[in-house]
Design a protein around this ligand. Structure first.
Ligand SMILES: Nc1ncnc2c1ncn2[C@@H]1O[C@H](COP(=O)(O)OP(=O)(O)OP(=O)(O)O)[C@@H](O)[C@H]1O
Length: 258
């Protein structure tokens, strides 16, 4: 099946969000297909984080529709949206600093699975929880820091742990908000590999300002300007899109493609 034939897993239709009298999201439309990695880029204040807040149920929409696997999710709580298979990371790191890396991940795995019939009380289930925790530990590349308190990790390590916590529940759709913010060149290169690994086989929407990460990772790039998606296309097409150049990429010094 080619990428364009994959089912749509997340869709925004004519989405609007106002804070008081101020419109921030102004008729955003977007479709993500199963298994694709999409970067959401745009100038500061364009509304990227607000869009994530709407999709993940953190903020109520003013009008418009959000569909996850064909189901309307606008109006659901973050917890309900998460249960439907969408997980979201934040710009700020959100871990338990006193707990070890492994315990942080185990809490996240338990939180995701423990609600089902309290099945984790059984020993066999505990085994499964521990195996899943080990798997997430490996995916986020922190085996060497297994017993270290989360708060003792360096900045990039804490962001990796945060990604582990985000994927622990096994959500098929991931929203990552600036996962490489504040990292050095080397660190963001490693983070790119990590994001590639944890999003393998999943559908990813990523807010990112680092254009090396964006162009290195994304199958498609959506450009949000003043609350509207002005373009959504392959990296090559976005690079040579004049409206995108004028609204955003030109200001970053990203040159026209051939
Ligand atoms: N809860 C809120 N109440 C009022 N205004 C808000 C709220 N949340 C966001 N805004 C405003 O919405 C606008 C868009 O903010 P948002 O953080 O979504 O932009 P962004 O594209 O993610 O920007 P950046 O790239 O700088 O993170 C900003 O002007 C911001 O002040």
């Amino acid at each position: 099946m080619s990428a364009t034939e994959q089912p749509i897993v997340l869709e925004l239709r004519n989405l609007h969000k106002q804070f008081g009298d101020t419109p921030i999201i102004r008729g955003a439309d977007l479709q993500l297909r199963q298994g694709e990695r999409m970067a959401l880029i745009g100038p500061n204040g364009a509304g990227k984080s607000t869009l994530f807040n709407l999709i993940s149920g953190r903020n109520a929409v003013t009008s418009g529709e959000i569909l996850l696997h064909g189901r309307h999710i606008a109006g659901l709580s973050p917890f309900q949206v998460n249960r439907l298979g969408l997980a979201r990371s934040f710009q700020i790191t959100n871990i338990f600093p006193q707990l070890s890396v492994w315990e942080n991940l185990r809490v996240a795995v338990l939180a995701a699975h423990g609600h089902r019939h309290a099945f984790w009380r059984r020993l066999a289930a505990l085994d499964a929880i521990n195996r899943r925790t080990d798997e997430v530990l490996r995916l986020c590349g922190l085996q060497g820091q297994r017993e270290m308190p989360g708060g003792a990790l360096g900045y990039a390590g804490q962001r990796a742990l945060e990604l582990g916590v985000t994927i622990a529940g096994g959500a098929g759709v991931l929203l990552l908000d600036e996962p490489t913010a504040g990292m050095s060149r080397d660190e963001s290169g490693q983070a790119l590999e990590l994001i590639r690994r944890i999003s393998d086989g999943k559908t990813l929407l990523l807010i990112e300002h680092d254009m090396e990460v964006v162009f290195g990772l994304a199958d498609r790039i959506a450009v949000l300007v003043e609350g509207r998606v002005i373009a959504c296309d392959t990296p090559a097409a976005i690079r040579s899109n004049r409206a995108v150049q004028e609204a955003y990429l030109g200001t970053l010094g990203v040159e026209f493609g051939s």
